[in-house]
Design a protein around this ligand. Structure first.
Ligand code: HEC
Ligand code: HEC
Length: 387
């Protein structure tokens, strides 16, 4: 049915924007949503409310319609569910009838949403401190009884050094701006970076399930982007021309809109490492903490109403080791984490040759074999595919 085109869409997009491009392979392979994605999406066309767009809304009334599907993904993550645990299929092979209330899990979820909102309102001053995940922890059946200790976890607990003892807090804590500026110097500095105006990146993506894809990416200043992922399952492209962006697979093509478009634009920013203060507001140093064996500065910044970021900079090398993107949904935040590894010098600028990207469903690894600066590229590839 009509709303079928929402299926996994939000997920597909938040993931898709990340540097290297190919979470989509695994996502799309899942069920027949390729077919569904083809149709025009009514949700993104304007800021209508849930009631105006959907048929059977009883709790999420009056919310922006574009926020419904992100909330559904939050439910999936919080309970370890997928759409089919709460919704029933429609008549066609790839169809769903999302408006139907046939499943007890869907009806129960309405009660849970109301309960959760009431707890936060009554006990936490309206702040969203309790979410579905607080109780559910990835399972439909929350446990009320604390778990038993095991011999091995006992050992681990006893041998684990106290973080306070390990962590070496620098004598003088810089401001967020100073830490970012140190990072910009560490990767080579503005001047060296600005001598590079385009990049060609070639490598492989390990989808975490035994499937490997080849990835090639072209980027050009200020924010043109093209990526292509090829696997035995097919070829996918993601394109941004500076204003508009498209996703194309063998089965369908669609245009990015709303938050997804803003995300794509951000990830296409060629000089992003130089543009922190331009891209994020309220940048501030949260704390100094341990990330594996490295002591890092944790810096927080806001990108948009529904997107907040944390950045972790090595106190020694100054380099960015991790980024976490928080996507706010009506019932809690979802995160996407990117670890940057194996920085190497390309024409005087350090680029990470390995990226580990995870979200609530996937953990994937991208490995670049070659990053070529100022490679010749035909600007046509940044335009709408097939035009
Ligand atoms: C934990 C249960 C649960 C899961 C999992 C879930 N949903 Fe829902 N969904 C609901 C509930 C409850 C509503 C009704 C909300 C209300 O009444 O305010 C709903 C409503 C919807 C609607 C609106 C239908 C209409 O026309 O009224 C759509 C579309 C939808 N869900 C899509 C999805 C998709 C796509 C997924 C998987 C990505 C998904 N849902 C996963 C519980 C769930
Ligand atoms: C304060 C804790 C708490 C919060 C918050 C909470 N739940 Fe639950 N939920 C439970 C408990 C406990 C059960 C099991 C008891 C029951 O089934 O009635 C449960 C049961 C459920 C079930 C039925 C599971 C099944 O196997 O049939 C669904 C579906 C569900 N919750 C969805 C949600 C969603 C979605 C949210 C967030 C909007 C949420 N819950 C928030 C505690 C919570």
């Amino acid at each position: 049915m009509y709303y079928g085109n929402l299926l996994r869409k939000y997920f597909l997009l938040i993931i898709g924007l990340l540097m290297a491009a190919s979470f989509m392979g695994s996502v799309l392979a899942k069920s027949g949503q390729q077919v569904i994605e083809k149709r025009k999406n009514p949700i993104r066309d304007s800021e209508k409310t849930t009631d105006e767009v959907f048929k059977n809304i009883k709790v999420m009334n009056g919310q922006p319609a574009s926020q419904l599907v992100p909330a559904m993904h939050f439910f999936e993550a919080a309970l370890g569910f997928n759409c089919g645990n709460c919704h029933v299929r429609g008549s066609g092979e790839h169809d769903w009838d999302f408006a139907k209330d046939d499943k007890p899990e869907k009806r129960r979820t309405r009660e849970m949403m109301t309960m959760m909102n009431a707890i936060n309102k009554e006990s936490f001053k309206g702040e969203q401190l309790v979410t579905c995940f607080t109780c559910h922890k990835g399972s439909p059946d929350p446990t009320a009884i604390p778990a038993l200790m095991t011999a091995s976890s006992m050992k681990e607990k006893n041998n684990k050094p106290d973080e306070e003892e390990v962590i070496k807090i620098p004598n003088r804590l810089g401001t967020a701006e100073e830490i970012i500026s140190t990072y910009q110097q560490a990767i080579g500095g503005k001047e060296a970076f600005e001598k590079i105006t385009s990049l060609k990146l070639e490598g492989k993506a390990d989808m975490g399930n035994g499937r490997e894809s080849s990835v090639s990416v072209f980027e050009k200043a200020p924010n043109l982007y093209f990526s292509e992922t090829k696997s035995p399952q097919g070829t996918m492209q993601r394109v941004f021309n500076g204003e508009a962006g498209w996703f194309k697979s063998q089965q369908f093509q669609r245009k990015f809109e709303g938050d997804d478009l803003r995300d794509l634009k951000l990830s296409s920013d060629f000089y992003a490492p130089l543009n922190f203060t331009k891209n994020y507001s309220d940048l501030k140093l949260e704390n100094v903490q341990l990330l594996d064996n490295d002591t890092v500065y944790a810096i927080e910044g806001t990108f948009s109403k529904y997107r907040r970021f944390e950045f972790f900079f090595d106190t020694k090398s100054g380099l960015l080791l991790r980024q976490i993107q928080y996507s706010h949904t009506l019932f809690g935040d979802l995160q996407i984490q990117t670890d940057y590894k194996d920085y190497r010098n390309v024409d005087g600028v350090l680029f990470p040759f390995e990226l580990d990207i995870s979200d609530y469903e996937h953990a994937q690894k991208f490995r670049y074999d070659a990053i070529t600066p100022n490679a010749a590229v035909d600007d046509k590839i940044f335009e709408e595919p097939g035009k």
